[in-house]
Design a protein around this ligand. Structure first.
Ligand code: ZN
Length: 405
């Protein structure tokens, strides 16, 4: 069976070392290269859609998480506070929202700034039970693609529609195939903040955004502060989890006393939308490794082009081509050890999308014979044309290795 933990080891993507701790995987260079490419893509997508990026620390004072409601409603899912002195306690954050509320509050805000979209790919921590940990799908240190939109109540519908559009775009580029949409609603019990009217209003807004789409309702799956739209994936073992989410929150703006000046000069309370386009980097990659069986689209493959000199006489020419490819922005490498057949087999095992075979003829006339992942060999072409072909597929974040046609 396909298992991202086994593939992660085979492809040198990450390692889980008991000395580091369960649920605290370490990303190895190949995994880090792929993740870096995905992070750059997500940041670019967010920048183009009007998000502003911030950095905030993964821990904060206890009082911050008392104010946010996390210590009151979510403490079971948090690491215990760390005490430095009697009146100085710190908490590893279980979410980024409290810090982003402080970003909004950092100065006076006007209606002209709304929707204000604050994004961060940031760290957060949850003490998952050690029995459920393994690989990247359940971890205790989470790197979340997160953003919070602060907007006027009447802007919520358009904003949710735009977020759904961004989610679809990101899924298409990454090769994520969602299993379905879920409207996660409040369940019985006391673990929710806010009054019934707020919840009803928030549910109506999300139902409106989902109108005409197929979705299921899931009572009891809401966040403690509001209902949410969750986009679900199913892993190779058939387990369902959430990869993308949009959550509506009237509560935190109250708690943090957030306000903006409206066009008539009055003070108004914004609504806060929490959203993640692709979830955490850990869960995303657990899924991507399995769905692609390690054969990522070239744009986030750890090594995009591997140069293979046929024998020792072409090593310099191949190294020069690797240097040109790196200069052109590609992740390129050269493999000189062992027979050509063994190196091609090893590259196939590593799922390298493009191999550049450099024999005596190619080295002499500056050409390159590309072999695509899967085995297809192209006719030798000028090296510059080969690099341009790969560069164009990478720049387009294409899922195929060749342009159509
Ligand atoms: Zn949030």
């Amino acid at each position: 069976m396909i298992d991202h933990r086994r593939l992660g080891r085979e492809l040198d993507l990450f390692v889980s070392d008991p000395l580091a701790g369960a649920g605290l995987p370490i990303w190895l260079p190949a995994g880090a290269a792929a993740r870096h490419a995905v992070e750059e893509y997500v940041r670019e997508l967010e920048r183009r859609s009007g998000h502003q990026h911030v950095y905030s620390p993964p821990l904060g004072k206890r009082e911050l998480f008392e104010l946010s409601g996390h210590l009151g409603y979510f403490a079971e899912d948090m690491f215990p506070p760390m005490r430095l002195s009697a009146d100085d306690e710190f908490v590893l954050r279980p979410a980024l929202c409290p810090h982003h509320a402080l970003v909004f509050r950092a100065r006076g805000r006007s209606y002209r700034e709304l929707p204000l979209r604050i994004a961060e790919l940031g760290g957060m921590y949850r003490p998952e039970r050690s029995g459920v940990l393994g690989g990247l799908s359940r971890v205790r240190a989470i790197s979340l693609n997160d953003a919070h939109t602060f907007c006027a109540p009447e802007q919520v519908g358009d904003e949710v529609a735009e977020i759904l559009r961004l989610i679809r775009e990101a899924h298409a580029a990454l090769g994520v195939r969602p299993a379905g949409f879920r409207l996660s609603l409040r369940g019985p019990g006391e673990k929710y903040v806010g009054d019934d009217a707020q919840w009803a209003r928030a549910e109506d807004l999300l139902r409106g955004a989902l109108a005409g789409m197929a979705y299921v309702e899931a009572p009891g799956e809401a966040a403690f502060y509001g209902p949410k739209i969750d986009i679900q994936i199913v892993d190779a073992a058939g387990r369902e989890s959430t990869i993308s989410t949009i959550q509506l929150d009237f509560d935190k703006p109250e708690r943090f006393d957030l306000s903006y000046t409206d066009s008539d000069g009055s003070r108004r309370r914004p609504v806060m939308l929490h959203r993640s386009l692709v979830g955490s980097m850990e869960r995303l990659f657990a899924y991507l490794v399995e769905v692609h069986e390690g054969a990522f689209p070239a744009w986030y493959a750890p090594v995009q082009l591997l140069l293979l000199p046929v024998d020792a006489a072409q090593v310099d020419a191949a190294a020069e081509l690797a240097r040109q490819a790196v200069d052109a922005g590609l992740r390129a490498d050269i493999d000189v050890s062992g027979s050509l057949g063994a190196r091609i087999r090893d590259a196939a095992r590593r799922r390298v999308p493009y191999l550049g075979v450099v024999g005596a003829r190619e080295a002499a006339d500056g050409r390159l014979a590309l072999r695509l992942r899967g085995g297809r060999a192209l006719d030798p072409m000028p090296a510059a044309a080969a690099l341009a072909l790969i560069g164009a597929q990478v720049a387009a974040r294409a899922t195929d290795l060749l342009p159509p046609g």
